[in-house]
Design a protein around this ligand. Sequence first.
Ligand SMILES: N[C@@H](CCC(=O)N[C@@H](CS)C(=O)NCC(=O)O)C(=O)O
Length: 195
Amino acid sequence: MKLYYSPGACSMAGHIVAAEGGLALDLVKVDLKTHKTETGEGFYAINPKGYVPTLGLDDGSILAENAAVLPFLGDKTGSMPKSGSMERYHTMEWIGFINSELHKSFAPLFHGAPDDQQAKAKEKILGRLNLTEDKLTGDYLMGGSFTPPDAYLYVILRWCEKMGVNISGLPRLTAFKARMAARAGVQKALKEEGL
Ligand SMILES: N[C@@H](CCC(=O)N[C@@H](CS)C(=O)NCC(=O)O)C(=O)O
C-alpha cells in the first residue's frame, strides 16, 4: 500500500498509525507546491483533489481524507475500537473535531493571511485546544491506549510549535506531545519523513 505524503503534513497522522501497528507503507513524497511526486508524476492524475494523505491501495484504487484514511489504517493495525462500540464513535468524534475544528483553522497561518486574520486563527485554535486540554484526562484521547486521533493531534501540536501557537499554558497537551514523541511508531515516522 502506498502513502502519498508531505513531510510533517497531516499525512503524517496516517503514517504514525501504520508505523505504530507495524504496517509497512510504500512512501511517496509529494511536493504540495508543484503537485508532483518525487519521481515527477503529476499528483492531480493520481488524486484529482491534489492533497495528502492519499492511500494507493493494492487494487489500484485510492482512498483520501483523514476522516477515512485514519480509521482505515487503524482497522488494519488494530488501534481503532471495534465496530458498533461507543468507543469507536467517540474515536470518530475526535477525528472529526481535529479535522474540522483544529486542522482547518490553520489555513490563515499556512497561507500567510493578514496579521489580524492570523491572530484570530490562533485565538480560535487555542480555544479548541483548551477544550481538548479539559477532556484529556488520561494519557491519550481515548484514555489509556493509543488510537488514530492521537496521531492526528500530535501532528497539530507540531504545527503549533512551527506556527507560533503557544501551548505552554496547556500542561496536559504539553505532556501528551512529549509522550507521543517518545513512541516508537512516531520516531519511525519522523525519521522516514526526514524530520
Ligand atoms: N480534506 C482533506 C484535507 C487534507 C489537507 O489539508 N492536506 C494538505 C496537507 S496537511 C495538502 O495536501 N494541501 C495541498 C493542497 O491542498 O493542494 C483531509 O481532511 O484529509
